[in-house]
Design a protein around this ligand. Structure first.
Ligand SMILES: Cc1cc2nc3c(=O)[nH]c(=O)nc-3n(C[C@H](O)[C@H](O)[C@H](O)COP(=O)(O)O)c2cc1C
Length: 326
């Protein structure tokens, strides 16, 4: 058997296949199935920050020793405070899964984090992944201001927890390298590139808005491939690939450009947890066929940092688009 181990967020994982935050990891049962199927680590379904704010308001209300009518009204309407408590139960129920379990929070700001981050840590999470979907608030808010909110949130979370921290972002930034470098300076030990945000579509029959396809196709990994190849070895953090990883071949491509791990979601929805074992076996077979003893032997080999001709590596990224060669 080839050695598939990889290091991510300070952990030695037995496989680079990480189950992504999703409904697949919203229950202890799902987490145990993912671990039994051969995942190297598991990211729990995200807790949405609004749930967290409701929970913290409840704590504050009880500390004040009395009722907090506005907060209570909010809880009743939103029904969210239960969600935060349930989340902590999910974290503690998953702690003996046998692989690192990474809690995830869908973060929009950093105002009330301290208490909850400590409780996630106390519940036994191995690490924390921040799912950062920072949207511009108005046409007058410049890109730098949007990015500043992102960095401030990560820096604030970093100060309140010792857990290893991964930050998952989308690809919609003018300068991915500068955003990634600043996130690393703000305290991220890993970057997950990239989230695939919910899409919407138009139902032509009824001329109405509808949800787009929530699941990726197997050819959607190219943005992750491009940016991991350009960033690997140049930023002091681990890089995880996310979006469009549907087979072992894609895992090999992403690891060869520098990914430490890949996160899997749509492929598991489509084919069940058994696909994790299939992909681990296919990785092993590929390494055997190449006479390579370990995945580490190829990690980052095709990154720009390891290229004999970095300028050519960069040119490859855009030359076809510029010249129209097909
Ligand atoms: C049904 C569903 C639920 C998801 N929930 C979350 C979530 O709670 N937090 C998060 O960070 N990403 C969430 N995602 C995004 C996935 O973690 C992943 O980044 C995205 O689907 C791209 O990976 P894929 O191409 O393997 O599907 C969800 C995706 C799906 C399809």
């Amino acid at each position: 058997m080839a050695d598939l181990t990889t290091r991510y967020l300070g952990f030695a994982l037995t496989s680079p296949l990480v189950v992504a935050a999703s409904g697949l990891t919203a229950t202890v049962d799902g987490v145990k199935k993912a671990a039994a199927a051969g995942a190297g680590a598991i990211v729990l379904k995200s807790l949405f920050e609004e749930q967290l704010v409701a929970e913290l308001a409840a704590v504050e209300a009880s500390l004040e020793g009395g009722q907090h009518p506005e907060a209570e009204d909010f809880f009743r309407k939103a029904g969210m405070e239960e969600g935060a408590r349930e989340y902590l139960k999910l974290v503690s129920g998953s702690r003996d899964a046998g692989v690192p379990v990474i809690a995830s929070v869908n973060c929009v700001g950093a105002t009330r984090w301290a208490e909850f981050a400590k409780r996630i840590e106390g519940a036994g999470a191995s690490a924390l992944e921040l799912n950062m979907a920072v949207m511009p608030e108005s046409a007058s808010e410049r890109g730098a201001a949007v990015e500043a909110r992102l960095f401030e949130t990560v820096a604030a979370v970093r100060t309140v927890t010792k857990l290893p921290l991964a930050v998952k972002i989308g690809s919609g930034y003018a300068s991915i390298p500068s955003v990634v470098a600043e996130l690393s300076r703000s305290g991220a030990q890993a970057l997950v590139l990239f989230n695939r945000f919910y899409r919407f579509d138009v139902d032509l029959q009824n001329l109405a808005l509808k949800a787009g396809n929530a699941r990726s196709a197997g050819d959607e990994y190219h943005e992750s491939l491009r940016w991991i190849s350009l960033l690997s070895g140049k930023v002091p953090c681990d890089l995880a690939a996310s979006t469009g990883v549907h087979d072992a071949e894609t895992v090999i491509k992403l690891v060869s450009v520098g990914a430490s791990v890949v996160e899997l979601c749509s492929v598991i929805y489509r084919r069940g947890f058994g696909v994790i074992g299939e992909m681990n076996r296919a990785l092993n077979d590929w390494l055997d066929a190449k006479g390579l003893g370990s995945l580490k032997a190829i990690q980052g080999r095709l990154s720009q940092a390891n290229s004999a001709n970095p300028a050519a590596h960069a040119r490859l990224q855009y030359i076809q688009a510029l010249t129209g060669i097909s």
